[in-house]
Design a protein around this ligand. Structure first.
Ligand code: CDP
Ligand code: MG
Length: 726
């Protein structure tokens, strides 16, 4: 692999606002601050390792239709390369440079940063688009988005005709969407270059290429003919760039027919690695102790702690605040900022802002901070060695979200975060011998997830032969077949394994997991779509209730007022409605800002995560938009919760479980023995038969989000499955 020039190795100092900027004229003050910030950004951009190789990179991209760019995290790939390409004329004729990210957080924060670097308003020339949140306009030329979103765009525009360049970023993450996207883009690129007559060459900057893009009409997502129609249309060739942080460029290069790979060097300072002497029984506790150990014993520099999810982050955040509240002096010196996918984007940005002078920042992050986002100022990394990952058992047809050990390459990425701006330290919260036992790298997600979502989308794109699709790494035949079977049982596929009309098409249009899409379609028939919309929105966020360990009883009492003897779904609906009723009442009474504060207090008193609830309201609004557009019947079942529960049974029949004599449950589809999660309102009630939405595996297999149903409803409402089985 040819190597791009060495990045400059000088150390950066974070700049603090200087005391002299406190002038008496606020306007001038603001202007000075603004231009100082611009200066600083310009300087930062220039000092990025990638800045010195701009010309070479642009030349390589011009020369190669597919280029693989490997570079260490923080070298400037994500923020700078699209700007280089814009400057080099790749957006002529209104074309767009699209950059995909596996995570929403990255798409949003990076777009904001690039808009700022560009000096434009977000959503104009630079924008982002992620599920449930779009900040783009017709003038957007650099568009950051999630990989899943680009897949959905392909439903509307199979040739992705508005893009001149598509950059698949963070490809090493190998999310299921990235893997599918790679296969799809390979086809799109081929189709687009075939549509150009050979004499005109493939260089899309060639003005002679007749692009018929402007006449391309959106077809509303109804068409299933993927790249088959429109042979008369001509498309400018598409440039593809695959970017990755890890060194394994070979897999990508081979997949794209020996595509050229270039390496951009980053700066990396030495990082001292520390291990614990013994295994830690409770890594959260260990992380909490280590944060304060660093804070009290180590020199200046911010701390980045990797946790597995929102719940863990929020519980440690609380513990830290509690400890700090006991010594007001200390609280001036430690600033806690969380960052995880479900965090509203303005709060995500707090992680990037420097801490006030004399204060240390501790960032509590999920593995999004591994490579997706680069936060300046980190000198200390705490790595408990765990990550939340999906796993799928095709034999049982069950997907679960488990906390599992990281791979070696993840551990290396994490420790690398400490050495970006100077020598750093990484505290791994496990003994050294455990490191040797870790897997070398993480298995691609496509090999460990339920594929029904992907298959539904591929079918909607007109790819009928899923087993024959050119995946970069093929999922197992068993997993494909099991997922096809599930889609068939949900009524999305016909006997010939084609997308059914209208159900299959409707399901493909909704940006949700197929079972959830189906539940909305069914709810429209059961006259309870209002309730089901709330359910789906509430189930789409990580967790509504939180129960701090030291206040378990208190939190249980608080949540009791919402709990329904029928189960968690109705409980969630009650919470959602109580919140929105209060929101309406309070905003009428006291205006927006004050009412927000009142709602936060209400949430705190009820042990409800106000972040999650706001996120759920947002999702609700968006899905409602979709279902209204689709013409579904937006009715409420009122007090007739029986109807709603029957609808749940008809939707989630694949996740039904019955009580066993000894008190555990047996999941009917998989035969697994499972237990009710202690967080469920049915934990003490022991219903005879339930449906559930989630399987969590720790030491035991737990089912979460349950509703009591009547066993006989299954044969009545899902005869396609239960009549045959029994
Ligand atoms: O993609 P890669 O990891 O190579 O780097 P990048 O995301 O382009 O980030 C380059 C630099 O931009 C980082 O080191 C940060 O200093 C800065 N950055 C920032 O300050 N705020 C952001 N939201 C994103 C990047
Ligand atoms: Mg990046």
């Amino acid at each position: 692999m040819p190597s791009m020039a060495q990045g400059n190795r000088h150390q950066h100092q974070r700049q603090r606002p200087s005391p002299s900027s406190n002038s008496s004229n606020p306007n001038r003050n603001r202007q000075t601050q603004f231009s100082a910030r611009r200066q600083k950004i310009l300087q930062q951009r220039k000092s990025l390792p990638i800045a010195s190789v701009e010309k070479r990179l642009v030349d390589e991209i011009r020369k190669n239709d597919i280029l693989i760019i490997v570079g260490e995290t923080g070298s400037g790939k994500t923020t700078q390369i699209p700007q280089f390409l814009f400057g080099a004329g790749f957006c002529q004729d209104g074309k767009v440079i699209g950059i995909t990210q596996p995570r929403r957080v990255a798409a949003v924060t990076v777009a904001k940063r690039v808009a700022e670097e560009f000096g434009v308003e977000l959503g104009q020339k630079v924008g982002y688009s992620v599920r449930f949140d779009d900040a783009t306009s017709s003038s957007t030329r650099i568009k950051y988005m999630t990989d899943g979103l680009l897949l959905r765009e392909a439903l509307l525009d199979p040739h992705l005709s508005k893009y001149s360049v598509i950059i698949v970023d963070e490809a090493h993450e190998r999310t299921v969407h990235t893997d599918v996207l790679l296969g799809l883009l390979k086809n799109v690129q081929l189709a687009r270059s075939n549509s150009v007559s050979h004499g005109q060459g493939l260089n899309f900057l060639n003005k002679n290429v007749n692009s018929a893009m402007s006449s391309e009409k959106e077809n509303g997502g109804q068409s299933s003919s993927f790249l088959k129609k429109d042979h008369h249309e001509k498309y400018a060739p598409l440039k593809l760039i695959i970017m990755s942080a890890s060194l394994d460029a070979r897999t990508f290069s081979e997949y794209f027919g020996c595509a050229k790979a270039v390496h951009v060097q980053g700066r990396q300072f030495p990082v001292d690695i520390f291990y614990t002497r013994h295994g830690e029984p409770d890594y959260l506790d260990a992380a909490f102790i280590t944060i304060f150990q660093i804070h009290l014993e180590e020199g200046p520099g911010d701390i980045l702690a990797f946790l597995t999810g929102q719940e863990e982050i929020e519980s440690i955040e609380k513990l830290i605040h509690e400890r700090l509240s006991k010594s007001p002096q200390e609280s001036q010196k430690l600033l806690v900022v969380p960052i995880f996918a479900a965090l509203p984007s303005e709060q995500q940005l707090r992680a990037f802002a420097p801490a006030p002078s004399g204060c240390r920042k501790v960032i509590l992050a999920t593995n999004i901070a591994e490579t997706s986002v680069t936060i300046p100022g980190i000198k200390y990394v705490i790595d408990p060695g765990f990550v939340k990952a999906r796993s799928y058992d095709p034999a049982k047809g069950m997907e679960s979200l488990n906390v599992v050990p990281t791979s070696k390459s993840q551990a290396l990425q994490r420790s690398g975060r400490a050495g970006r701006e100077g020598p750093g330290k990484c505290f791994r919260l496990y003994p050294e011998k455990e490191f040797d036992k870790l897997e070398d790298s993480t298995k691609p997600e496509i090999k460990r997830c339920n594929l029904s979502n992907v298959i539904l989308q591929l079918k909607a794109l007109g790819v009928d032969d899923i087993l024959g699709f050119d995946f970069i790494e093929k999922p197992s035949r068993a997993a494909i077949i099991k997922s096809l079977e599930q889609l068939f049982l949900l009524g999305a596929l016909t006997d010939e394994c084609r997308l059914s009309d209208p159900v299959g098409y409707q399901m493909a249009r909704l940006p949700l997991d197929p079972v959830y899409s189906k539940s909305l379609i069914l709810a429209s028939q059961f006259n309870c779509l209002e309730e089901m919309l709330i359910t789906v929105a509430m189930l789409s966020v990580e967790s509504i209730f939180y129960a701090p360990r030291d206040k378990l009883e208190e939190s249980r009492t608080a949540t009791k007022s919402f709990s329904s003897p029928e189960g968690d779904h109705i409980t969630l609906i009650k919470v959602y409605r109580a919140y929105n009723d209060l929101l309406e009442k309070r905003s009428n009474e006291m205006g927006k800002t004050k009412s927000e504060k009142a709602l936060r207090t209400w949430c705190r008193e009820n042990f409800i995560s106000s972040r999650s609830l706001r996120h759920a309201c947002d999702i609700h609004r968006q899905i409602q938009g979709h279902v209204v557009q689709m013409g579904l019947n937006l009715a409420s079942c009122g007090d007739d919760m029986l109807q709603y529960r029957r609808c749940l049974a008809a939707s989630f029949f694949l996740n039904a479980a019955v009580k066993q004599p000894e008190g555990t449950y047996r999941a009917l589809a998989s035969g697994q023995v499972v237990q009710i999660h202690p967080s469920s309102v049915l934990f003490h009630q022991k219903a005879e038969c339930v449906i559930f939405n989630e399987l969590v595996q720790t030491n035991n297999k737990y089912i979460r989000n349950l509703t009591r149903i009547d066993y006989l409803w299954l044969t009545e409402l899902a005869p396609q499955y239960y009549a045959v089985q029994n």
